[in-house]
Design a protein around this ligand. Structure first.
Ligand SMILES: Nc1ncnc2c1ncn2[C@@H]1O[C@H](COP(=O)(O)OP(=O)(O)OP(=O)(O)O)[C@@H](O)[C@H]1O
Ligand SMILES: [Mg+2]
Length: 261
């Protein structure tokens, strides 16, 4: 027979199983010679599968520090981070790199594409480290590019594409290993407003297909396309609200002038 305590434990396990991300009282310190920056000051949070979260907050409030931890690029100084129920907060660099490759897709403000490499080859890159055979890699890259609406640009080099198209290649590249979450730090930071909405259309589409997304943005209008908005201040979460009356990016695009107009 189970005691009350065991039942309680089991419940917690089940919950942890559902949460893609579970962060428990995380602190992050950066040591810089004599000075110590306290970048995260007790952050706790759960994100369930299928959520679409936007993170806002002033410059220096800890958004990128938090995203780098979620993306297994860095570890918390204290507290725990569970990714799909696995405590990765104590993993060493090598183990983090492996988890990152399997579970995380990352998109940055600068698209970080290789210049002398086609859209298709850029998209295929992460599969090189994932022990996937050539034919399967190609197939996945083609699928990922189709998902972001670039089926007709596969052989283009970055210099032959617009900023929005380059960012879509970066999104396709982030998806090619079929990650559990897509993390994006200021993905529309270098894009004009119409192109930003186009990227948000891609994100909403992917989220509708079940992908969990966390994105950082300075722009309130961009954050409104997500389902939930967190606001960071001084290394803490100060607000955590659902988005009411969320616009569909595809609809908003119809109201915006195109380049040809
Ligand atoms: N590698 C680092 N070494 C030392 N201090 C750092 C490092 N990275 C960030 N910091 C400091 O940690 C704090 C949080 O920085 P972070 O980059 O997370 O802010 P942010 O919210 O992403 O800001 P922005 O909106 O400007 O991108 C800042 O005070 C910053 O100076
Ligand atoms: Mg930042």
């Amino acid at each position: 027979m189970q005691t009350a305590n065991q039942t309680e434990l089991k419940k917690t396990d089940d919950l942890a199983g559902n949460a893609v991300i579970r962060v428990e009282d995380v602190h992050k310190y950066y040591e810089l010679g004599e000075t110590r920056v306290h970048a995260l000051r007790g952050v706790s949070l759960e994100i369930q599968r299928g959520e679409f979260v936007a993170i806002m907050g002033a410059s220096g409030s800890g958004k990128s520090t938090f995203m780098n931890m979620l993306g297994c690029l860095d570890r918390p100084s204290s507290g725990r981070y569970l990714l799909e129920g696995i405590d990765v907060s104590k993993h060493d660099k090598r183990a983090l790199a492996q988890i990152r490759n399997q579970k995380i897709g990352f998109v940055f403000q600068g698209f970080n594409l290789l210049a002398r490499t086609t859209a298709l080859e850029n998209t295929e890159l992460p599969t090189l480290y994932a022990k996937i055979d050539k034919a399967e890699s190609r197939k996945r890259a083609v699928e990922a590019l189709a998902l972001v609406g670039l089926a007709d640009r596969m052989e283009h080099f970055p210099s032959q594409m617009s900023g929005g198209q380059q960012q879509r290649v970066a999104v396709a590249r982030a998806l090619v290993n079929r990650p559990a979450i897509l993390l994006a730090d200021e993905p529309t930071g270098n894009l004009d407003s119409r192109t930003s909405v186009e990227i948000m259309e891609v994100f909403q589409d992917l989220n509708d297909k079940g992908l969990t997304i966390v994105l950082v943005t300075h722009e309130h209008d961009v954050a409104q396309f997500a389902k939930r908005v967190l606001v960071f201040r001084d290394g803490k979460i100060r607000k955590d609200d659902p988005v009411l009356h969320r616009p569909k990016a595809a609809e908003v695009l119809k109201t915006l002038p195109t380049l040809e107009d």
